[in-house]
Design a protein around this ligand. Structure first.
Ligand SMILES: NC(=O)C1=CN([C@@H]2O[C@H](COP(=O)(O)OP(=O)(O)OC[C@H]3O[C@@H](n4cnc5c(N)ncnc54)[C@H](OP(=O)(O)O)[C@@H]3O)[C@@H](O)[C@H]2O)C=CC1
Ligand SMILES: O=C(O)C1=N[C@H](C(=O)O)C[C@H](O)C1
Length: 250
């Protein structure tokens, strides 16, 4: 059987360099290109890439995906910074390339995917919910894509259950102390040397709290999700948002 031809964009970065090693070690894949900043995107077509794993920066990801989709290359995207506007532009490129697929995964680690699943399940049972994400100091964006997605899922589950949007009871204080408001769910971002990627989802109601915590301790935790995404995206045209769609979570 022929091997899946996979390229990595952002190949010299923290997660990209790990992805290069993981793709190269996968028996069913061939690593056909490793692109860093300034490298020509045409390398992807010359190398015959079928899938591009995109792990760069919110400022770079749109141009890279526009090129990939214009050339029939599927995308597995870990880069953050997704807004409604960006998703609409991506969908318009996908409309013009109907047999091509893109997976955007706010987080490729199984523990983080389960955290989001459990948080969505718990959301309707608690009056209040907040998210705290903690990352290394080199991270470009805040809050993290995972925390934003988690808060959106919590807010949607609350709305589905008929719960009101959370009101902030604070009347006095310093700006920013209550975090960012994501659909009514406060999200707090910590940046600390020594950390990698961590998240706590806090729920509270009368007389009890529930905390769901996940810790990514090494970039290797993202690799099974990236490889799964590459294998599945070639048979999944259109946009898939979230690795959970490629997992059987019961
Ligand atoms: N979904 C997930 O599970 C995960 C997602 N991420 C996300 O992945 C992204 C990268 O994170 P991280 O590896 O820590 O960041 P790094 O800064 O370590 O790596 C990004 C790399 O991409 C390069 N780059 C930037 N623009 C381009 C471009 N146009 N073409 C090719 N290479 C480019 C950078 O080059 P230069 O250094 O010159 O700027 C850098 O080498 C972030 O958005 C992060 O949030 C990270 C971990 C897990
Ligand atoms: O920049 C990182 O490191 C990470 N980025 C992703 C995010 O923003 O959610 C995933 C994970 O948290 C690591």
């Amino acid at each position: 059987m022929s091997k899946l031809r996979v390229a990595v964009i952002g190949a010299h970065g923290r997660i990209g360099s790990e992805a290069v090693r993981a793709v190269a070690a996968a028996e069913d894949m061939e690593l056909v290109a490793e692109l860093g900043r300034g490298d020509e995107l045409e390398t992807l077509t010359r190398a015959g890439a079928q899938v591009a794993v995109e792990l760069t920066h919110p400022d770079s990801v749109m141009d890279n995906l526009e090129f990939c989709l214009a050339n029939g290359i599927h995308g597995v995207v870990g880069t953050t910074g997704w807004t409604e506007d960006r998703l609409a532009r991506l969908n318009s490129w996908l409309d013009a390339a109907p047999s091509t697929g893109v997976l955007i995964a706010p987080n490729f680690s199984i523990g983080a995917v389960l955290t989001m699943t459990f948080a969505r399940q718990a959301a309707r049972f608690f009056e209040s919910a907040e998210v705290v994400e903690l990352h290394h100091r080199g991270k470009a964006d805040s809050p993290s894509g995972t925390a934003t997605r988690t808060a959106q899922l919590i807010a949607a589950a609350r709305e589905d259950a008929g719960l009101p949007r959370q009101e902030d009871p604070t009347t006095h204080g310093l700006p920013g102390a209550r975090g960012a408001d994501v659909d009514g769910v406060p999200v707090h971002a910590v940046r600390l040397r020594g950390l990698l990627a961590h998240q706590e989802v806090l729920f509270g109601d009368t007389g009890e709290t529930l905390t769901i915590r996940h810790d990514s301790l090494h970039h290797s935790c993202f690799m099974p999700g990236i490889l799964l995404g590459a294998r599945r995206v070639v048979d999944t045209p259109g946009l898939t948002f979230g690795l959970e769609h490629f997992l059987d979570l019961g």
